[in-house]
Design a protein around this ligand. Structure first.
Ligand SMILES: Nc1ncnc2c1ncn2[C@@H]1O[C@H](COP(=O)(O)OP(=O)(O)OP(=O)(O)O)[C@@H](O)[C@H]1O
Ligand SMILES: [Mg+2]
Length: 311
């Protein structure tokens, strides 16, 4: 995907030394961030890395402990009311009233943002089509599936025609059809000039959607760049996923030149730029099963953040 064009415009979000402390816990630790206008920017990181906390500070929902933060060039928290009018939010957990219908839920948001009545009805009709929920307009939320609820959250985030759309794990728990539909819609929004800021644990999603991303771990940015560049810089081109006894795999591949071997239980990940010698060795061990694939963003993520479980 193309890099975000450098239009010389001021960044939509700019953070300097942004820090958040919950008691003893440093959730966000001196983060510097410049999110350019008009692209899709990703925040990646293990559970508990601090992604949602950063988003909540941008939205003025969580007080900043230290550092500075501007959105649209305006200071947080000083100008938060003005900022919030121009942001749409798809939260990580949705706790909308289950007795409201789809259309009532959208009307509540339109009123909250003072969208004039006729304009609101026009926009709501358009948004219901956009997320393919027009035929469920009068269904109460409790009757919607998870995928429908998420599509409604996206429609709701767009009611105020925002310049910046913040999406906290927009496709977690959704089936492949809904995920693809949401990707298509997010690309449409990006083409329409909106800035997207999203978090995701799906590396394929980040690879497809994000023009640029940062990897966060323990509240700190540990890497940033375009997905393709990060893959090229951080990991070897080929991955062989080998299944089998640790000692046997070590014996076979351990001293293969240019090979990096990572072992997680019975799975062994062999990273290399030179495929042929590894394949030759694997042919000598027909009892091992393996799969060859190109390196991807998940490999970058695991290389940067390690294989240990977090929370
Ligand atoms: N309100 C709170 N009070 C105390 N600690 C909090 C609070 N909110 C978050 N934390 C802690 O701050 C850290 C960052 O949490 P955060 O929710 O930002 O992580 P995340 O990157 O969004 O994780 P996930 O991928 O699981 O959603 C975690 O250690 C979490 O336990
Ligand atoms: Mg989160």
């Amino acid at each position: 995907m193309a890099a975000i064009p450098d239009t010389g415009a001021a960044p939509v979000v700019q953070a300097r030394g942004l820090t958040k402390r919950f008691g003893e816990r440093l959730a966000v630790d001196h983060v510097d961030l410049d999110i350019p206008a008009g692209g899709c920017f990703g925040l990646l990181g293990p559970n508990g890395a601090g992604k949602t906390t950063i988003l909540r500070m941008i939205l003025g929902q969580s007080p900043i402990t230290a550092g500075s933060l501007t959105v649209f060039g305006l200071p947080v928290p000083g100008a938060i009311r003005e900022i919030r009018r121009r942001i749409g939010v798809v939260p990580q957990a949705d706790n909308a009233d289950p007795d409201f219908t789809v259309i009532e839920n959208l009307r509540v948001y339109a009123r909250y943002f003072d969208v004039p009545r006729a304009e609101a009805e026009r926009r709501i009709a358009e948004l219901l089509n956009f997320v393919e929920l027009a035929d469920r307009a009068d269904s109460p939320l409790r009757e919607l599936s998870g995928g429908m609820k998420r599509r409604l959250s996206i429609a709701r985030a767009l009611v105020n025609d925002p310049d910046l759309v913040v999406l906290d794990e927009p496709t977690s728990g959704l089936d492949p059809q809904v995920r693809r539909m949401i990707w298509t819609r997010l690309r449409q929004l990006r083409r329409a000039g909106k800035t997207l800021l999203l978090t995701t644990h799906y590396m394929d999603e980040a690879e497809r959607l994000c023009d640029e991303l940062v990897v966060i771990d323990h509240g700190r940015i540990i890497s940033r760049g375009e997905p393709a560049t990060l893959i090229a810089e951080q990991v070897e081109a080929h991955v062989l996923e080998v299944q089998g006894d640790r000692a046997a795999v070590q014996e076979l591949l351990g001293d293969c030149p240019g090979l990096r071997l990572e072992t997680v239980g019975e799975m062994h990940y062999a990273y290399t730029n030179d495929l042929a010698p590894v394949m030759q060795r694997l042919k000598l061990a027909p009892q091992l099963t393996y799969m060859h694939r190109p390196a991807n963003l998940e490999d970058v993520f695991l290389r940067l953040t390690g294989h240990e479980l977090r929370e």
